[in-house]
Design a protein around this ligand. Structure first.
Ligand SMILES: Cc1cc2nc3c(=O)[nH]c(=O)nc-3n(C[C@H](O)[C@H](O)[C@H](O)COP(=O)(O)OP(=O)(O)OC[C@H]3O[C@@H](n4cnc5c(N)ncnc54)[C@H](O)[C@@H]3O)c2cc1C
Length: 303
């Protein structure tokens, strides 16, 4: 019978390649100047779900919320073995903070009625690590963060969590959501046969955009619609249509989406550069540690 797994993946700018024009003066990332990649820990989340399917059977569905260009990560997921991919895209979702993002994802993931949901621990652009836990809360699923190992037996999961200074083993009742660490596994390579097949997979919005380009500005709306529907049917028949859902499809309440559903206000964005002078050594004694803690509390680093 197996387990129904959903993996949430995000397309992110490759923040390891920050160069000259990649940061704007206001401190925000100029996404156009950086290559867009599969968020690294989402690859580990996908691999964890694929391993569950390898061992127990079931299905792996990959979901992303973003622009149609995010289909690149969905194609990569299909190439690596996902059974189905869903793009959640809607102009009304623009300007969503983590609360609105996790709400929208919860509406989509809830529709799929999964046993297991896998997220990366953290996205390398937003960096908050909030979406997984918020999504678990909204779905009412058991939350297991920092997952490195997973063993399933019936409706129980045994999870090894990396808690920074050690590891702990915890038991979780399904349905459960796991946020997966980079150290959990290594993503399997994509099979050449799948790469050749799924590089042609497209979501409806991508098909419509390519038809517009192919037929040019003089094409009538009827001609555009007819060609779009022909190409869509052809891809669907070959199993190459990426599902596309908007906020109506997932029954989302609009006041909880996009800017309207986002209470976060960014007051200031700052680049923090740790200078060499910040490095100090403390003796491993009670008095020395006490002094360190007092200093950290005083400058509001902790406490
Ligand atoms: C005020 C404000 C306005 C914003 N406006 C915009 C905007 O207009 N456009 C924009 O693109 N971003 C916007 N953002 C950023 C947006 O909030 C984050 O991209 C998003 O909520 C994810 O947060 P994160 O990157 O910290 O992910 P994390 O919480 O670090 O991600 C953890 C995991 O959650 C999952 N996940 C995260 N995001 C997605 C997703 N989109 N789809 C599927 N899975 C996901 C992945 O598994 C990921 O590894 C805005 C943020 C703020 C605070």
């Amino acid at each position: 019978m197996g387990y129904t797994s959903v993996v949430c993946v995000k397309q992110v700018p490759d923040t390891k390649r920050i160069t000259g024009n990649a940061m704007r003066e206001d401190g925000t990332v100029n996404r156009a100047a950086l290559p867009a990649i599969f968020n690294p820990e989402d690859r580990n989340a996908l691999e964890a779900a694929l391993r569950v399917r390898d061992e127990h059977g079931g299905t792996v569905t990959v979901v992303t919320m973003g622009l149609p260009s995010a289909c690149d990560v969905l194609r990569e997921a299909l190439e690596r073995g996902a059974d189905r991919c869903i793009l959640i895209t809607d102009r009304r979702a623009a300007a969503s903070d983590t609360l609105a993002t996790s709400y929208i994802l919860s509406c989509a993931v809830g529709k799929l009625k999964p046993d297991l949901v896998f997220c990366g621990r953290q996205a390398i652009d937003g960096d908050t690590a909030q979406v997984g836990p918020q999504l678990a809360e909204k779905l009412g699923f058991t939350l297991m963060t920092y997952m490195e190992e997973l063993a399933l037996e019936g409706r129980e999961a045994r999870v090894t969590r990396n808690i920074g200074n050690g590891r702990e083993t915890a038991l979780a009742r399904l349905p459960a959501l796991f946020t997966v660490m980079e150290s959990a596994n290594e993503m399997r390579p994509a099979a050449m046969r799948k790469i050749m097949k799924f590089k042609k997979a497209r979501a409806p919005m991508e098909i419509a955009n390519s038809v517009k380009t192919a037929l040019g500005v003089s094409a009538t709306p009827e001609a555009l619609a007819a060609e779009t529907s022909r190409r869509t049917e052809e891809l669907a028949a070959r199993g190459l249509l990426i599902d596309q859902w908007n906020l109506d499809d997932i029954g989302a309440r609009l006041e909880w989406c996009g800017g309207a559903g986002s209470p976060t206000r960014v007051n200031r964005v700052q680049s923090v550069v740790l200078a060499g002078g910040d490095y100090r050594e403390f003796e491993p004694t009670q008095a020395s540690i006490g002094q360190l803690v007092a200093e950290l509390v005083q400058d509001h680093t902790i406490g």
